[in-house]
Design a protein around this ligand. Structure first.
Ligand SMILES: *[C@@H]1O[C@H](CO)[C@@H](O)[C@H](O)[C@H]1NC(C)=O
Ligand SMILES: *[C@@H]1O[C@H](CO)[C@@H](O)[C@H](O)[C@H]1NC(C)=O
Ligand SMILES: *[C@@H]1O[C@H](CO)[C@@H](O)[C@H](O)[C@H]1NC(C)=O
Ligand SMILES: *[C@@H]1O[C@H](CO)[C@@H](O)[C@H](O)[C@H]1NC(C)=O
Ligand SMILES: *[C@@H]1O[C@H](CO)[C@@H](O)[C@H](O)[C@H]1NC(C)=O
Length: 369
């Protein structure tokens, strides 16, 4: 039997071994191979690959999220041609979010009229399963953020792309393009990608008759009036600030702008929203523990987030935090206005809970008092 003083030493030693995680432990360059809490700064390697002039990064992957969702970004120069040949995903629900710059997005489901929109910062396009879609990047400093459900779709890009690293974390490779910058796989290439859930639609003719950023012109509201979220199974678009809004006043003010609710997600079992957060102190930030995985990507301001027993991380624009299912966390803003893109695996995430305990709200800004 050990003398009690030695026992005390042993237990103290165990306490030291279990010492708290550091911020360095939380910050990663690449999404991990199984779920754990992490933060990836904007433009970190994130399993980057280049496809032509486009640079793709994957901050949340199938393996890192337990296959809940993929969160990715595409940085690319303006192009005179489509960024990818038109195609369908049968099993994956794809979301396009304009982080900065401009791109055009086309979507057509079945024999319904083809839709096209010009997306600027904060605009959103919902490409439900079995929608023919394609895009074109229009400005030099453009970043598209993509959310694809279920997770794992990044395997397509790993297959098509060339691994990329840089010492400067430059958003994309500065390189003269010759005007016809053919990006993405060729016609025969894209036809061989069905094992990645990519079904080429080579007969699709992208319409070019947009007026004021939209086609058709007269049956669509685009940066002019309210956008509603689509009926289940239909693609739709939401201009920045024109979608549904909810104000939650439980812990400071938070404005939730849902982009995908359980109704649109159907059996894909996720939700997507932006959340705008007013200034709040750490002591008033509630602790959340969710049944599903969650990710935050900062769009504006600074997000403070404390995950499990890690120290508080302060995330800037473009930084991503991932929280596995059933891991406690709290978040708040120490600046006046922080806006995030929030992805929830499962339909009972922070966004839906804030909406349920909030009220319908007509504005993108908080009350004055
Ligand atoms: C590319 O990177 C991945 C990890 O992201 C690695 O598994 C793979 O082997 C790399 N491929 C090449 C050709 O270096
Ligand atoms: C998509 O289309 C395929 C092939 O027609 C079909 O098997 C599948 O059920 C469709 N998926 C959805 C979600 O409608
Ligand atoms: C332009 O770039 C494309 C894609 O890299 C290439 O196929 C084509 O030959 C180039 N054209 C000229 C004139 O350099
Ligand atoms: C396009 O926008 C301008 C400026 O708001 C407006 O005057 C014009 O009527 C719009 N055109 C169409 C076809 O809606
Ligand atoms: C939806 O996701 C949540 C969170 O991961 C999970 O608890 C739930 O069982 C899932 N529901 C279905 C129907 O798959």
């Amino acid at each position: 039997m050990l003398p009690s003083s030695l026992l005390l030493l042993v237990s103290l030693g165990a306490g030291l071994v279990q010492s708290k995680h550091t911020l360095d432990d939380l910050y990663l360059e690449n999404a991990p191979s199984s779920p754990r809490p992490y933060v990836i700064p904007h433009y970190a390697n994130s399993h980057a690959v280049t496809i032509g002039s486009q640079l793709y990064r994957f901050t949340v992957t199938g393996p890192s999220s337990g296959h809940a969702f993929t969160l990715m970004s595409t940085n690319a120069p303006a192009s005179g041609s489509l960024g990818v040949l038109p195609h369908i995903h049968r099993a994956h629900y794809e979301n396009f979010f304009a982080f900065k710059g401009r791109f055009q997005l086309w979507a057509q489901k079945d024999k319904k009229e083809q839709q096209a929109r010009l997306l600027t910062q904060g605009d959103y396009g919902s490409v439900v399963r079995n929608t023919t879609h394609t895009f074109q990047i229009l400005d030099p400093d453009t970043e598209m953020v993509g959310v694809i459900v279920p997770g794992g779709f990044e395997d397509l890009f790993y297959n098509l792309g060339t691994n990329y690293t840089s010492r400067t974390d430059t958003p994309y490779v500065p390189k003269a393009t010759n005007g016809s910058a053919a990006t993405g796989p060729s016609g025969s290439g894209i036809s061989s990608l069905q094992k990645f859930d990519v079904y080429a639609q080579l007969d699709f003719q992208p319409r070019r008759d947009l007026v004021n950023g939209t086609a058709p012109v007269f049956s669509s509201e685009w940066h002019t009036d309210a956008n509603t979220l689509g009926a289940p199974g239909e693609p739709y678009f939401v201009a920045n600030g024109y979608g549904p809004k909810y104000l939650n006043s439980q812990h400071g003010y938070q404005i939730v702008q849902p982009l995908v609710t359980p109704k649109q997600a159907q059996d894909t079992n996720y939700t997507l929203s932006t959340i705008s957060i007013s200034r709040q102190t750490k002591t008033h930030a509630p602790s959340w523990t969710l049944a599903g995985a969650a990710a935050f990507e900062v769009l504006e301001g600074v997000l403070s987030i404390q995950i499990d027993d890690y120290p508080v991380a302060r995330l800037n624009m473009g930084d991503v935090a991932f929280i596995p299912a059933r891991v406690p966390f709290s978040y708040y803003s120490e600046v006046a206005f922080t806006k995030v893109l929030y992805v929830s695996g499962g339909t009972k995430g922070v966004d839906q809970q804030l909406v349920q305990r909030g009220k319908s709200w007509d504005f993108v800004t908080f009350p004055t008092s």
